[in-house]
Design a protein around this ligand. Structure first.
Ligand code: PLP
Length: 408
């Protein structure tokens, strides 16, 4: 960590009362939504320290999700890289196969407490959609998931899963038909009936209180990992690595370590090139702007509108990013790096063949960066990677598109 001043860092941990992390975040919604958002913020403030709610959530995390997820020393992969030791926080082993269940259970319990009838959301890779459909089935709520038509094709196994779980999958058919359009579509549906529905946003994005609330539900990842890593090695990891789409798995891992003297890396998708429309490297190449009711780094076209984005990982395909990440970039607490589609696919195959673990294409971006970083560091250094999800959903797509290159 460089000479960050303490005040800046604590501002990065808690937003101000209006939901701003520095200049980022806030709540820019139509006037009719303002009281509804405040109601959600108030309800969350009330339940977050309520012992009954905490107990209920803890019980589900342990007995339903299967927490704590393990930390695994990827010795074969580390050896192959010939440098630092790579460790994996295995969020892929959670029920439903990714970190998304961590906040979905929290959001579903909150919706139930608030007397809502339905939870709705967007999904990119389908992991948030599957996790929310699962939580809705468990607590007894209706569930609508909005998903871009392109992603419906790409992530077919997750679409079937959501339907089996009783959710309605609603295609977003405008624009690029991916994650941003799914958020547009879910927002439109939410505005129709904000009284009976809760929009359970799938990352640390959107208007206040969602970036803070989703982060709080996800921060169990880092709290567990800190304890587990120290138990395994006797010290803190020297480096943390996580992929960043909206940024929830990354904030989940980073939050417990922000005050520690270690290096932290967020990894964005460089797609096929750094030309506008070929990537989704928001923090690396965007500039401050507004999207979906909050301020953040944003990839923009000539008119200042959200730019077209592209990546092999549907869950990273978003032109905006969480406000806390935007702030952590400005104060230089977290470094944001990029990984291309090709590097991510190589890492997908490498982790499968070295460790017998098939990662999600989103998580493959983090693995790829950790592999690069490991090569530059001595063997006594450590890197803890958030393996945010498993790759079952991606195997058909990888084989169809890249199979020939890997003898598949
Ligand atoms: C497995 C996995 N990892 C990461 C992400 C990216 O989201 P976030 O940046 O909010 O963690 C997704 C999104 O769908 C995902 O499915």
């Amino acid at each position: 960590m460089n000479d960050l001043n303490k005040a800046q860092l604590s501002e990065s941990v808690m937003p101000d009362k209006d939901g701003f992390f520095g200049e980022y975040g806030g709540r820019f919604v139509p006037p009719m939504l303002e009281p509804i958002m405040q109601e959600i913020a108030d309800a969350y403030e009330k339940i977050k320290d309520d012992p009954v709610f905490k107990e209920e959530l803890y019980y589900l995390q342990k007995h339903y999700t299967g927490r704590p997820s393990p930390v695994f020393h990827a010795q074969n992969l580390s050896k192959k890289m010939g440098g630092a030791q790579i460790y994996l926080k295995r969020e892929d082993l959670n029920h439903t196969g990714a970190h998304k269940i961590n906040h979905c259970l929290g959001e579903a319990l909150l919706a139930k407490r608030m007397g809502k009838k339905k939870i709705i959301a967007e999904t990119g890779a389908g992991q948030h959609g599957v996790a929310l459909a699962t939580a809705a089935a468990l607590v007894g709520l209706e569930c609508d998931i909005h998903m871009g038509e392109v992603d419906i094709y790409k992530e077919h196994p997750n679409v079937v899963r959501m339907k089996i779980l009783g959710a309605k999958v609603i295609p977003a058919t405008h624009g690029l038909k991916t994650l941003k359009e799914a958020v547009d579509s879910a927002f439109d549906a939410y505005v129709q009936d904000p009284v009976n529905q809760l929009y359970a946003i799938g990352s640390v994005v959107g208007p206040h209180p969602f970036p803070m609330m989703v982060r709080d539900f996800q921060s169990i990842i880092g709290r567990e990992a800190k304890e587990q890593f120290q138990e395994l090695t006797g010290k803190l990891p020297d480096n943390l690595v996580a992929c960043v789409g909206g940024g929830s798995n990354a904030m989940g891992l980073f939050t417990a370590f922000l005050q520690d003297d270690i290096s932290i890396y967020g990894v964005e998708p460089a797609g096929t090139s750094f030309k506008t429309g070929d990537h989704a490297a928001t923090l690396s190449l965007g500039k401050p702007g507004m999207i979906h009711g909050f301020k953040c780094y944003l990839l923009q076209d000539e008119k200042g509108e959200p730019a077209a984005v592209n990546t092999v990982a549907s869950g990273l395909d978003y032109p905006g990013v969480g406000p806390q990440h935007s702030y952590l970039k400005d104060i230089e607490r977290v470094k944001y790096e990029t990984i291309t589609d090709k590097e991510a696919i190589d890492a997908f195959i490498d982790l499968a063949r070295e460790e017998g673990i098939i990662p999600a294409l989103e998580s493959s971006h983090a693995v790829a960066y950790a592999m690069k970083l490991a090569k530059t560091l001595p063997a006594d250094q450590t890197i803890l990677v958030n393996l945010s999800g498993r790759g079952d959903k991606d195997i058909d797509y990888v084989v169809e598109k890249y199979g020939k290159d890997y003898g598949l």
